[in-house]
Design a protein around this ligand. Structure first.
Ligand code: GLN
Length: 550
């Protein structure tokens, strides 16, 4: 039988519940337990697929094609496991299931209510992943902050489970903030007391309190929190700010978070956490030998969370290359033909990001052209690859009107067009080409060198594709389609063999990069950028070389 840990949040949002949940999961996994994490989001959207990235950050796509919360990305990156549709549940999905059942007559004429019908469906989903014997522990993160009206049904569901399951099979971790008042030079516990009080008024009693704090908690403060929040003193865990999220599992281990969890849940027979690989990664991350700058061209660059998985993939790939990757966000709307050299001149590599819609795409095309013509390492993901196709068509092949039907539905030169199966789709949300698809790789290409394989699987989220009617023309002009879907022939990877590093993929490699398995495309892109930087610095040092370059 699986055991269940619930992670709730108090006082304020953005305390990093996802990271704490993932760190605890990592520590338990490192001891040999089989662990997974799921996220419950209290909003009405059925999934975050229809949300603008400004609203909720990146939409993370799982192997089975679920459009999910970005915290699932953290879970996968920390645990090196796949999550699935079942790992992300929203209030919208709960209600949709209940309403569909009501329409089918499943409630036999009863009045359908929040309690028990909505809470029963929440409980069913909370327990679901634990029922196949695949996992020892299921950690459920409850989105939002305790006290929000919309999270009440989730808290009530936990209350009921607290009563239904054996005591040692359920544990509640409450993440809270202990603010430091500079003027009084004091840490304040009152907001935490209030949030725990609110939780207990709803019948849920936390076993562990994880305290985010900028100042160390002394023994007195810990005792006070324990006493007023009704937890054991070793159940008060200090969570200081970390220099990187990947340090948090070690900070939590120092605070013995995993030990109190094992003790309270009466789990025995597991040794100390095996974290050698993790520590080696952290060491490389903290002490890089070189530094490079990568330009990230996108249209949501003001918001870090919009490109979360890409940024994390660079962290993994940077550590692998013992190199600090500084990612410089550049807004595609501000790139023009006449300022592109000035904007991109100091970069060691260029990544053109995924995206949707018309805004900023001419800037992306200008950026691709600059990288292609100057030998700057280029990596295009999804929309980024499509922009590379358009640029090559316009500039090299001479297809003047080359475009995507996404931006120009009437173009006569649709080098990127809507996939056939998408043409009949009218609804939004879960209707793109989503999730994992196979891709065959041509031998002897850059993609082949990078993957060291001729068959791969990658995740997707798109509606448009390279138009194969133009493939012959493109290949004759030097662009190679080095990866294709074996069944449909859909072009998955393009590259330019006469460029030091120019590659674009229709899929999203950033969704599969983890601490233990950094994605090879990112690893090789960073290596190429490092080489570009080396050549540039040696050229700068050597006046002869410099004049040759001119
Ligand atoms: N908008 C493009 C498409 O739907 C690219 C999508 C993306 O970058 N994820 O095909």
């Amino acid at each position: 039988m699986a055991k269940y840990i619930f992670v709730t949040g108090g006082v304020t949002s953005s305390l990093g519940k996802g990271i704490i949940a993932a760190s605890l999961a990592k520590l338990l996994q490192a001891r040999g337990l089989r662990v997974t994490i799921q996220k419950f989001d209290p909003y009405i959207n059925v999934d975050p697929g229809t949300l603008n990235p400004y609203e909720h950050g990146e939409c993370f796509v799982t192997e089975d094609g679920a459009e999910t919360d970005l915290d699932l990305g953290h879970y996968e990156r920390f645990l090196n496991i796949f999550t699935s549709q079942a790992n992300n549940v929203t209030t919208g999905r709960i209600y949709q299931t209940v309403i569909n059942k009501e329409r089918e007559g499943a409630y036999l004429g009863k009045t359908v209510q929040v309690i028990p019908h909505i809470t029963d469906e929440i409980k069913r989903r909370m327990l679901l992943l634990g029922q196949k014997g695949e996992y020892d522990i299921i950690i459920s993160e409850i989105g939002g902050t305790v006290g929000d009206i919309e999270s009440l049904p989730y808290i009530e569901a936990i209350r009921q489970l607290q009563w239904e399951l054996p005591e040692e099979d359920l544990l509640v971790v409450h993440l809270t903030l202990i603010p430091y008042l500079k003027a009084a030079k004091e840490l304040k516990t009152k907001p935490t007391q209030h949030s725990v009080k609110m939780l207990s008024e709803n019948g849920v009693f936390p076993d562990v309190i994880v305290c985010r704090t900028e100042e160390p908690l002394n023994a007195d403060i810990k005792r006070k929190i324990a006493q007023f929040c009704n937890v054991k003193i070793e159940g008060v865990i200090e969570a200081p700010d970390a220099s990187t999220i990947y340090e948090v599992p070690l900070l939590m281990m120092n605070e013995k978070l995993d030990q109190i969890v094992l003790k309270q849940m009466q789990i025995t027979g597991y040794g100390e956490p095996e974290l050698e690989k993790w520590k080696a990664f952290l060491n490389k991350l903290k002490y890089p030998k070189t530094k490079i700058t990568i330009g990230l061209i996108g249209k949501y660059v003001e918001l870090q969370d919009a490109y979360k998985s890409i940024l994390e993939s660079f962290v993994h790939a940077g550590a692998m290359n013992e190199c600090k990757v500084q990612v410089m966000p550049i807004h595609s709307e501000f790139i023009m033909e006449d300022n592109v050299a000035e904007k991109l001149g100091n970069l060691d590599g260029l990544l053109v990001a995924p995206g949707f819609g018309h805004r900023g795409i001419e800037g992306k095309i200008a950026a691709v052209r600059y990288a292609r013509q100057t030998g700057l390492p280029f990596f295009g993901i999804c929309l980024g690859m499509q922009m590379a196709v358009i640029e090559y068509g316009r500039t090299v092949i001479g297809i003047k009107g080359a475009h995507s039907t996404e931006m120009d539905p009437d173009t006569t030169d649709a080098v990127v067009n809507m996939m056939e199966e998408q043409k009949a789709v009218t609804t939004k949300g879960g209707t793109m080409r989503l999730g994992v698809y196979p891709c065959d790789i041509k031998e002897g290409t850059l993609a082949h060198r990078i993957y060291g394989a001729t068959s791969i699987n990658e995740r997707h989220r798109h509606r448009y594709e390279f138009n194969n009617a133009f493939l012959e023309q493109y290949e004759a002009a030097g662009m190679v389609a080095s990866g294709k879907n074996p069944e449909t022939g859909l072009v998955e990877i393009i590259e330019l063999p006469d460029h030091p590093f120019f590659i674009g993929c229709q899929y999203h490699p950033e969704l599969k990069s983890t601490v233990e398995n950094p994605h090879p495309l990112f690893v090789h892109f960073v290596a190429a950028a490092k080489e570009f930087n080396d050549n540039r610095s040696s050229a700068a040092k050597n006046p002869l070389l410099q004049s040759e370059m001119i």
